[in-house]
Design a protein around this ligand. Structure first.
Ligand code: NOJ
Ligand code: NOJ
Length: 585
């Protein structure tokens, strides 16, 4: 627990009533959310009969919508909240640890279940949801969803780090690490592939997915050093660096001298993070708010490299996101331009009527509380060109610059932003029914609960927002001091097939205009496989979105024969993989 410093509270006390609506609601709702969450975990949860031990149901709702399944994303976020509680409580807390151990056992067996995304080695880890008895869900679905394994890594790693502090090395090494490693290997080898987003609708790149994957790889590389897997540690950190490039600047910076640097996730014109680049939508989405709170690291200051909650980009993004719902929902009408409003997944959403969600509105509050903790800790806040519009909500005459605790501007802003954060909690409070239950959504027209009842993730989002309101911060993960590598190399996998007849003693090789293709040097050209003769094949990792020239060459013991001119030319895809089918010329 780390309450905001008394200087901030005192200056706020002048303008705020004590306690606020948010404080009162949090005190009443916290035990309800805690009980509601636990009721949805097998085998003893009151609302989850039939769920196997450690299995989290998304909601007890069995129709419109049917959520009686276990999603890797929801479950991991729910148990992350519980692990954070265990750690904040100082442990050891017997019943909480045994519940977490049940989750570990459940996830270990779910990992191994062959499913429509594949088996354990062929992509099955990306399967989004399973039956609550841990068998595969086989109907059509938006799969794979590549955030799940990364979120599970973060939950299990957080638990592992705490256990190591208690000197419980054997459970970490023999039980947790093998599960974590499977997920990390999945993330390390496929972070640049398309995925269904966290809302299970869009098959593209997703900011949330990339951000939580980056975190998983980064903290995975740190933990891998502990059991002595230095080779793994190096490969995870290499992939984490590449992914950080990808989060900041997509496109190949290293191999091109022109300004072929494309910013994909950051829309600098309108100042927000584009959730799914290339998709026909605004890209304004709670995806990005959730990414910021779930990659919060209190030691990383307001670093925009990882879009920390108090970074200028994340604050600008928060404003654009919140503003997009002002005129969208009837229940938001009449609220002042700088007041809090109910928010949903994204403005274009139509699912179950396209309503505000509890968990997204809590997430906005949580991002702001996280920001306040960091400003308070460092004793200053900075207003940049990027975050100016955000800060103008609280002080119309503010200009860019750094404001320290000694300035009155600092106190005024801290207080106003604290009260802005509280208002988001108060909005959810206003639309929480008297029994305290939290569904998935509430009606955009009259605020009554809509869609799945008792959504486990809604309860978890309340718990983490309340913890943030109290000034608690989750365990750090290594975001401090990161910088985007100067060489940004985004790899994609390219398979070259060429139909070429050869005589005995001849082999076909590939060479071309980039280092991975031997820079046109025939002596180090890439040998191709003739397993499917007369088709010769090889698969090479190449920089994404890069124009490439290449040729096949024919070599025998004494000579090299090149294909006829001109060079073959193509541009690599922006992410994922591609195949080229050629005929020898
Ligand atoms: C639909 C949500 O869009 C998705 O994020 C969630 O995993 C499932 N419901 C289950 O809660
Ligand atoms: C030399 C080779 O002779 C030629 O065929 C190839 O196209 C070039 N290198 C690359 O421009």
């Amino acid at each position: 627990m780390r309450p905001l410093s008394t200087s901030v509270l005192n200056s706020c006390a002048l303008t705020l009533q004590q306690p606020t609506i948010a404080d009162t609601y949090a005190a009443k709702e916290l035990p309800i959310a805690q009980a509601g969450l636990l009721a949805n975990i097998g085998p003893d949860g009151a609302k989850s009969s039939g769920a196997y031990p450690g299995v989290v149901i998304a909601s007890p709702s069995t129709s419109n919508p049917d959520y009686l399944y276990t999603w890797t994303r929801d479950s991991s976020l729910v148990f992350k909240a519980l692990v954070d509680q265990l750690i904040a409580g100082g442990g050891p807390a017997g019943s909480m640890s045994s519940l977490i151990d049940m989750f570990v056992t459940a996830e270990a067996s779910i990992q191994q279940v062959p499913n429509p995304s594949g088996n354990i080695t062929t992509g099955g880890l990306g399967e989004p949801k399973f039956m609550i008895n841990k068998t595969a869900f086989t109907a059509a679905w938006g799969r794979p969803q590549r955030d799940g394994p990364a979120l599970r890594v973060t939950t299990l790693l957080t638990y592992a780090k705490w256990l190591l502090q208690q000197n419980n090395t054997s459970y970490v090494t023999s039980t947790l690490w093998p599960i974590i490693q499977l997920d990390l290997d999945y993330v390390a080898s496929g972070w640049n592939l398309s995925t269904y987003d966290l809302w299970e609708e869009v098959y593209a790149l997703s900011f949330f997915t990339s951000a939580v994957q980056h975190r998983a790889l980064r903290e995975g590389s740190i933990l891998a050093m502990t059991p002595g897997h230095s080779d793994l540690s190096n490969s995870y950190s290499l992939q984490a660096d590449r992914l950080l490039c990808f989060l900041q600047v997509r496109g190949n910076v290293a191999h091109l001298s022109d300004s072929h640097v494309r910013q994909s996730f950051w829309n600098s014109t309108s100042g927000y993070i584009v959730a799914n680049p290339g998709v026909q939508r605004s890209g304004i989405d709670a995806n990005t708010i959730l990414a910021s709170i779930h990659t919060f690291d209190v030691d990383a200051s307001c670093d925009a490299t990882t879009y920390q909650p108090c970074s200028d980009k994340a604050l600008a993004n928060l404003k654009v996101y919140v503003d997009s719902f002002r005129s969208m929902y009837t229940i938001n009408s009449g609220i002042l331009e700088n007041g809090a409003v109910a928010t949903g997944r994204y403005p274009e959403d139509v699912y179950q009527g396209g309503n505000p969600w509890y968990l997204t509105t809590f997430a906005v509050a949580e991002q702001l509380y996280d920001a306040l903790v960091v400003w308070d800790k460092q004793g200053y806040l900075s207003v940049t060109d990027i975050s100016l519009d955000f800060f103008r909500m609280f002080d119309m005459s503010i200009s860019t610059g750094t404001y320290t605790t000694s300035s009155s501007v600092y106190g005024t802003l801290m207080c106003a932003i604290r009260s802005f954060a509280d208002e988001f909690v108060a909005i959810n409070a206003n639309y929480t029914p008297s029994d305290g239950s939290l569904a998935e959504q509430y009606s955009r027209t009259n605020g009554t609960p809509v869609s799945a009842v008792d959504l486990t993730w809604s309860y978890a989002s309340a718990l983490t927002a309340f913890a943030a309101l109290e000034g608690q911060t989750p365990v750090t993960w290594g975001a401090q001091g990161l910088s985007v590598p100067s060489m940004c190399y985004i790899p994609v996998s390219v398979t070259f097939n060429v139909d070429a007849m050869t005589v005995f003693g001849e082999n076909i090789y590939l060479t071309g205009s980039v280092p991975a293709l031997s820079n046109w040097d025939p002596s180090t050209a890439i040998p191709m496989s003739s397993v499917n003769y007369p088709i010769w094949s090889t698969t090479v990792s190449l920089p994404a979105d890069t124009p490439i020239l290449y040729k096949y060459i024919r070599k025998d013991a004494n000579s090299v024969m090149w294909e006829s001119d001109p060079n073959n030319a193509f541009t690599t895809v922006e992410s994922g993989s591609q195949t080229l089918d050629d005929v020898w010329r």
